[in-house]
Ligand binder design. Structure first.
Ligand code: SAH
Ligand code: SF4
Ligand code: F3S
Length: 472
């Protein structure tokens, strides 16, 4: 799962096209479910909540859909391509169902929410359609589906945070874990479908977040990533403690669990990240010095149409501020090429801002109009596809150069690496990440290090995506 998040090259995967299947240890379960997750980390985290709800009802995970009683697709609507990927997968599962009619197929997540009942008309043989706030009702809906009815619940909630549900970790490396701290989004970026599929923003009980992180630490995990669409607007009133918990406060509480537990978070909206958060990051060594700060566009005019509520200059000042309080902090971004009315000059503004921010990494996309969004209703999707693709290509090439330059600047430096597992290329090498979220690979040697250990590594070489070093 973290593989998709940590990819440091052009990555259509994190927010749309990636999936993992479950491969958990089979327990004494009566029935088996198989789940594929698409889209953002929050969707992956939701699949672990779903796994927990199903576990209580006697369903255990399987990595083989051919033996599953229940096949679930946790879907993403962020771009058209993400939805197309899911539709293709559904074709396959419908064929499997013809051979195994008892098998139930369920669509969860953002696409379920966006298409609601239409799914059942369009995609025959889908038995369940369940939106992101309705997972607690899954067991009842499964029973309905088992008796031949279709089970649908796409009600959004103002207060559901699944705070009390302890996620069943799927496909976990046992070292890094995601922890949801809020749900929904109140921003109305004009291109974005998320406010429609995930509903209003709400923050999860702070004590339950700290408990979940502490529990992960007890179980050997050494890194938690706090997740929300806009983590900096986290706000929880803890009446029992008579305390207002802001995001900075929450970060501190999690950092205090243990100095050996790393804390990351995603995503920060540039308009909301405060000095208080930056100072909290500076105060605790175990809060990673890395901020994902999506800019979307470098043109103030386009940013206005996107309803991002900041200007190009304001964003640049935010980057300056981050580096002033946190020298050497890693910064990454999301960029959309070819938004409505984008001119060549706007595009050049984006490239120039990328050079200014010297992003270590970016997720880059071309604009995909989403039905029902502000942009779809108000503006024409008027940048021709070949122009969008050419601009995206230029953005990707520039980012590849910036990533390589950023990595070259690290040669000779010593960094602390949390070991996540074997390197993809060789079992003789460890793979981990440094505080700035860069992937670091180094020889295991005879040092007796283990997954979940920290190593001090001197960087000796690099590619655009990886730092290569040696333990000192
Ligand atoms: N909450 C996060 C982003 C969630 S969506 C934030 O505000 O930063 C992840 C990314 O997908 C967005 O940052 C944006 O770059 C991209 N995206 C969203 N809608 C899109 C669309 N309609 N077309 C192309 N990319 C889109
Ligand atoms: Fe979408 Fe904007 Fe909310 Fe991010 S902040 S989820 S881009 S509406
Ligand atoms: Fe996709 Fe929904 Fe996440 S639309 S990016 S899965 S919030």
């Amino acid at each position: 799962m973290s593989e998709t998040l940590s990819s440091r090259t052009h990555d259509e995967e994190r927010q749309g096209e990636a999936y993992v299947s479950t491969g958990g240890e089979p327990r004494a379960h009566r029935k088996k479910f198989y789940i594929e997750s698409y889209g953002c980390a929050m969707n992956f985290a939701d699949s672990e909540i779903v796994a927990s709800i199903l576990d209580e009802r006697g369903f255990g995970p399987t990595g083989n859909y051919l033996e599953a009683d229940l096949v679930l697709l946790n879907t993403c609507s962020i771009r058209e391509k993400a939805e197309q990927t899911v539709r293709n997968r559904l074709h396959l599962f419908r064929q499997v169902k013809r051979e195994r009619p008892g098998m139930l197929i369920g669509v969860l997540g953002c696409m379920a929410e966006r298409l609601k009942g239409k799914f059942l008309e369009e995609e025959k043989l889908v038995d369940l359609v369940v939106g992101p706030d309705a997972y607690r009702t899954l067991p009842g809906l499964i029973e309905e589906a088992e008796s031949g009815q279709q089970g649908v619940n796409v009600l959004l909630s103002r207060d559901e945070t699944y705070a009390d549900i302890s996620p069943v970790r799927l496909d976990s490396n046992g070292v890094t874990g995601f922890v949801s701290i809020m749900r929904g989004c109140n921003n109305m970026c004009s291109f974005c479908v998320v406010p429609f599929t995930r509903g209003r923003e709400r923050s999860r009980d702070a004590a339950s977040i700290v408990r979940e992180c502490a529990d992960l630490f007890e179980r050997g995990y050494r890194e938690v990533t706090l997740l929300g669409q806009n983590v900096d607007s986290y706000y929880f009133v803890d009446e029992a403690q008579d305390e207002i918990v802001t995001f900075a406060k929450l970060l501190e509480k999690v950092a205090l669990i243990d100095p050996a537990l790393r804390v990351r978070f995603s995503t920060s909206h540039p308009k909301d990240i405060t000095d208080e958060v930056l100072h909290t990051m500076a105060k605790y060594d175990n809060i990673c010095k890395y901020i994902h700060l999506p800019v979307q566009s470098g043109s103030t005019r386009v940013l206005q149409l996107m309803n991002r509520t900041y200007t190009r200059e304001w964003y640049m000042a935010k980057v300056d501020r981050i580096l002033e309080i946190l020298p050497g902090c890693g910064i990454s971004s999301d960029i959309i090429a070819g938004f409505c009315t984008e001119t060549e000059e706007d595009h050049q503004d984006t490239l120039e801002l990328m050079r200014y921010a010297k992003y270590d990494m970016s997720y880059m996309f071309f604009y995909s109009e989403r039905p029902g969004t502000l942009a779809a209703r108000r503006y024409q999707d008027d940048v021709p596809e070949e122009v969008k693709k050419r601009r995206l290509d230029e953005i990707v090439k520039l980012q590849n150069r910036l990533s390589l330059e950023s990595n070259r600047r690290d040669i000779g430096k010593i960094c602390t690496v949390l070991i996540e597992g074997d390197s993809k290329k060789s079992a003789a090498d460890w793979r981990g990440r440094n505080s700035q979220n860069k992937v670091v690979v180094f020889p295991k040697g005879e040092l007796g290090l283990q997954k979940g250990d920290y190593a001090q590594v001197r960087v000796e070489d690099c590619t655009g995506a990886t730092l290569i070093g040696k333990v000192i």
